[in-house]
Write a protein that binds this ligand. Sequence first.
Ligand SMILES: Cc1cc2nc3c(=O)[nH]c(=O)nc-3n(C[C@H](O)[C@H](O)[C@H](O)COP(=O)(O)OP(=O)(O)OC[C@H]3O[C@@H](n4cnc5c(N)ncnc54)[C@H](O)[C@@H]3O)c2cc1C
Length: 410
Amino acid sequence: MSKCDVAIIGAGPYGLSATAHLRTVKGLDVHTFGEPMSFWERNMPQGMLLRSGWAATHIADPNQSLTLEAYRATSGNHFSSPVPLDRFIQYGLWYQGQTVPDLDQRKIASVEADAKGFQLILEEGETVFARRVVVAAGIGSFTRRPAEFAGLPNSLASHTSEHIGFRRFARKQVLVVGSGQSALESAALLHESGAEVEIVARSRQIRWLGGVVSRAIHSGLGPKISTLLYAPTDVGPAGISQIVARPDMVRRFPRLVQDWLRSRSIRPAGARWLVERLQNVPMHLDRSIVSAAPVGERVRIRLDDGGERTIDHVLLGTGYKVDVSKYGFLSPKLAQSITRFQGYPRLTDGFETSVPRLHILGAPAVWSFGPLMQFVVGTHYSSSALFRHIAGKATSDRVQVREPLVAELG
Ligand SMILES: Cc1cc2nc3c(=O)[nH]c(=O)nc-3n(C[C@H](O)[C@H](O)[C@H](O)COP(=O)(O)OP(=O)(O)OC[C@H]3O[C@@H](n4cnc5c(N)ncnc54)[C@H](O)[C@@H]3O)c2cc1C
């Protein structure tokens, strides 16, 4: 059986960044598993543009040198903000080549705790023992599919994450459910692929990011005031943006305030550059779907205002709901031993769960560290915090440590 000090499960922005940081701890044997940037490559639509701004889209590295600018200069690829999906994937793969060239792309089938650490069983059957495990497995296991659509086959109702392109919907009638970035951008791409699209959403209005208030602050009040109100992390509205950019501060607020900060910062919203692209797409707001039933090869849906229509497909832009017990690789016993709140693990300083030496990064850390953790920009905080925690333990085990340059947020 092979062994390592730390096994990292996941090779998206969080897993890669954590690996780059932990590998600066001398003598620490870090082994990282996963297909690099696979979620971005297989579960997001081609042609998508990243919603996060330029400064908030670098994957954190210990020397702050593996930035989008550095990638652009090295590759000769010209792109700017909003960052196109294919360029971001190439950037992630370049980052991986620089930091984790020995990435183990095999999938972990199960993780089981024992007295000394963890046994990881690979899909191929091999077992690896790790003293510590860092889960950075993303949100792919958490797709939200509302109950009304449970009786429909995938050919009639699918989640946005199941598509990398929409060409097959040309000349078809497609109803998109939701008012967040995924739903709105998918609707725009469907429309541009020649589908007849309409949007149904429960919200009374679409919230456009960079609206009147934020534009007035950015342009009317000048860059100084704008910088005071908006952190470069690019998460949350004026003022709140500066608070959520500091996860250490967020953690000190009473739970009610933390929940309020979270709901104010990650409400469904669309990037302003979608407004024009959606101007010919009908939107039925303040509406919900009460039933959906197959009719031959089509689907009949009924709205809460009594309206009915029969269409070719329902596209669920209904997002994700974190529940770490849905990570199929955690053994049921291990998943149950993680103290959770509504599916989110309760994490302590080094992103450690209630199970000693088991850490969880990324969106599941939102409940403990705030909304930044749902975005690439959260890697700056999480990788440094994880590094400090694990390097601290390594020091007490007399392993030599080199302090990385920690990116200052805010
Ligand atoms: C449509 C859409 C648009 C988005 N746009 C933005 C944006 O513009 N800006 C932004 O900051 N964020 C955006 N996000 C959020 C984005 O998903 C996260 O910021 C980011 O993916 C988090 O990275 P991660 O490393 O946690 O997860 P992921 O990137 O999902 O990586 C997960 C990794 O885990 C691996 N893995 C999973 N299970 C196993 C297993 N059993 N064994 C081995 N490996 C495993 C996968 O192969 C993968 O390498 C968007 C999300 C969606 C859905």
